[in-house]
Design a protein. Sequence first.
Length: 128
Amino acid sequence: MTRQVIHTDQAPAAIGTYSQAIRTGDTVYLSGQIPLDPATMELVAGPIDTQIRRVLDNLQAVAAAAGGGLSDIVKLNVYLTDLTHFPRVNAVMSDYFSEPYPARAAIGVASLPRGAAVEMDAILVIGQ
C-alpha cells in the first residue's frame, strides 16, 4: 500500500524527523500537535483553553489537507502535563466535535516538546 505525506502551511511545520500526517488508503495518521502558532512557530500564550483550541485548530488544518475533517477522527490521544486540565479538554472539545465522538485516551505525562502543556494526535478514516 502506498503512503502519502500530508503537509499544510496552516499548521506548524514538523520540528523533527516526522511528517504532519501520513495517509495510507482511507486511513490518515496525524502526528502530535502542540499549541504552536503556525505563523510564528511559537507556543501560544494564555490559559489552557487557548492552548487546547490551538492544538485542535492545528489538527483540523492537517485533517483538511488530507481531505477530511475533525469529524473523521476515529481515535484521539490527549497528552497533558497536568491532568487537572482534563475537564477543560472536554469543554473545549464540545466546541469542535459532535456525536458520535471519537474514541479517546487522556494520558498524563511529565513533559512535552517545547514545554507545552497539551499535545494531541489522531487517526482519521476518510473517503468511505
